[in-house]
Design a protein around this ligand. Structure first.
Ligand SMILES: [Zn+2]
Length: 357
């Protein structure tokens, strides 16, 4: 072994293939140290961000529901609470727990994913494992969902994530040479609209025929934007399932309470009078559209305004009118979508009955 001064050649590594000298600006142990530091930074950042997003989202939602709860308690004015319902402090404790759980879930999920990814890359080589590394890391990170509570089932969260995965898989499939042909229908023009129609038919029939199959928050969302009292929905459900009416008197009573005096025919063929009282069909669609727009606005104002305030806060100072204008346009357009969607749902629903005759 030669411990003497290295010849100039020795300070170079040699490429194993062509034996050409490859110079590095830094010695290799310092490089690996920096690499290690980068990996650790990536994992802790992923875990921290995951926690912040999970806790932020869940905490925000919990905060809204607690505020809504306090408000409804105050407006209903009743001091007696229903048997089995929670007190405000119990609700707050549950909300804090849920917030921490979701933060932990996303934090551990993102942290595990990044750590496993880095670990495999270090052991097996970054390039060599590129094809399957993230898949394995994702599968190992998945069980972190148990942190959201081992006794509760989170089917909707899992389905949501599955949907996102399916979307990404479809995008990869469209670009891939081997699966491109199978995924061709996904690129058809207006294929997205077709998919929307399929989903809508399921959602709307569940809304009218099987409300108990819907998750409670979605049920209340549909009932709010469907704009019809539950009594009316029951009447429609009866006639739609070909059963004799069970609650025509209640429907009449409901219309009386909003100032409409009608007498319902138990042998009616088209449920117009149940859906829109003594209004004409066109009049109903127009007035419904107008009211639905008013119901949709409060949904979309925060959806557009909060990202504008958080994501574009620097741009907001520089060009406030462009960003606020875009948010306003987005709010107006999305509200128009939701209200037109609901109005046309009722329009088509009634029209189908008329065609059937
Ligand atoms: Zn009608």
């Amino acid at each position: 072994m030669d411990y003497g001064d290295p010849t100039p050649e020795d300070s170079f590594s040699r490429c194993p293939k062509c034996r050409a000298a490859v110079s590095y600006s830094e010695p290799s142990d310092r490089r690996s140290e920096e690499e290690l530091r980068r990996a650790i930074r990536r994992c802790t950042e992923a875990a921290g961000k995951g926690f912040a997003i999970g806790a932020g989202l869940k905490g925000g939602l919990a905060l809204f529901s607690i505020l809504a709860r306090l408000k409804s308690r105050r407006t209903s004015g009743s001091l007696t609470r229903k048997v089995g319902s929670l007190s405000n402090s119990e609700a707050i404790v549950i909300a804090v727990k849920e917030t921490l759980r979701y933060g932990l879930f996303l934090g551990v999920f993102a942290g595990t994913f990044a750590s496993v990814d880095e670990l495999i890359a270090t052991i097996g080589g970054r390039k060599r494992t590129a094809g399957w590394r993230s898949m394995l890391a994702g599968a190992i990170a998945g069980p972190s969902m148990l942190l959201t509570g081992p006794k509760t089932q989170h089917a909707s969260l899992a389905i949501y994530i599955f949907m996102r995965a399916a979307v990404l898989a479809a995008r990869c499939g469209i670009k891939s040479k081997r699966l491109g042909k199978i995924c061709k229908p996904l690129t058809w023009k207006h294929g997205d609209t077709f998919l929307m129609c399929l989903s809508s038919s399921q959602i709307l029939s569940a809304y009218i025929l099987k409300q108990d199959s819907l998750p409670s928050s979605y049920k209340s969302f549909l009932n709010k934007h469907g704009g019809k009292d539950l009594v009316i929905l029951q009447g429609i459900k009866d006639i739609a399932s070909g059963m004799p009416f069970t609650n025509l008197l209640e429907v009449e009573k409901y219309y009386k309470s909003v100032g409409v005096d009608i007498k319902l025919d138990p042998n009616m063929k088209v449920p117009c009078s149940i859906v829109h009282g003594n209004q004409s069909c066109t009049g109903h669609v127009l007035s419904f559209l107008f009211q639905a727009y008013g119901r949709a606005l409060p949904v979309y104002v925060p959806v557009y305004l909060i990202p504008a305030l958080i994501v574009h806060r620097q741009g907001l100072l520089k060009r406030p009118y462009t960003i606020l204008g875009k948010s306003l346009l987005g709010t107006a357009r999305s509200s128009l979508f939701l209200s037109a969607y609901c109005a046309s749902a009722w329009l088509v629903f009634i029209s189908l009955w008329s065609f059937q005759l």
